[in-house]
Design a protein around this ligand. Structure first.
Ligand code: GAR
Length: 190
């Protein structure tokens, strides 16, 4: 067991189900993280409501000017001594210089079995290509979109009757379990 917990920030843009699962993990007896900060580029989303309800320090970032937005984020990260950033449905692409500053300290969850189906609309692509399986991936964030080293993946069967919505629902259920496992797995390396 580590003595000092690692300060963690979660970045969201919407519903926040992965934020919730990370929060829940952070509150377990042997968790190694302290969820200190939530960053959102959108003010009125469920993720933000949840974070505020749980009294987590929550910052809404105006993204009209990306470089200014990232400067502000970095200020908050430093202020809170953040050592791990978890992207959880954060729909903004971080700049190369930002990623460089936090190399191997930013992880992301993506709703496909990477390297398949990077970017948007993964579920639609799985169905269109008639794949038997899809799933989810937690990976390190690098300058190339959805291409960093894979930490962990979970396969999910795709059924004949699946719509993008039904598939997405089953994958999200697995995502929520997978994210804390991924965090535990990398913490020894941070
Ligand atoms: C999740 O399905 C996550 O994999 C996806 O956004 C959703 C966020 O859900 N992320 C991406 O597509 C990133 N490329 P949540 O807000 O309920 O955690």
């Amino acid at each position: 067991m580590v003595k000092q917990k690692i300060n963690c920030a979660v970045f969201v843009s919407g519903r926040g189900s992965n934020l919730k699962s990370i929060y829940k993990y952070s509150k377990t007896k042997y968790s190694k993280i302290l969820l200190k900060l939530v960053i959102s580029n959108k003010p009125d989303v469920l993720g933000v409501t949840f974070a505020r309800r749980k009294k987590i320090n929550t910052k809404i970032i105006n993204y009209k000017n990306k470089s200014l937005a990232e400067k502000n984020i970095i200020r908050y990260l430093k202020k809170n001594n953040i050592r791990l950033i978890c992207l959880a449905g954060f729909m903004k692409v971080l700049s190369k210089s930002f990623i460089k500053k936090y190399k191997y300290r930013i992880i992301n969850i993506h709703p496909s079995l990477l390297p398949k189906y990077k970017g948007l609309n993964a579920h639609e692509k799985v169905i269109k290509n008639n794949d038997k399986f899809s799933g989810c991936t937690v990976h390190f964030v690098t300058e190339k979109l959805d291409s960093g080293k894979i930490i962990i993946q979970k396969k999910v069967k795709r059924f004949k009757f699946d719509t993008p919505q039904s598939l997405s629902k089953r994958i999200l259920f697995e995502e929520n379990k997978l994210y804390p496992i991924a965090i535990k797995k990398i913490l020894t390396k941070i």
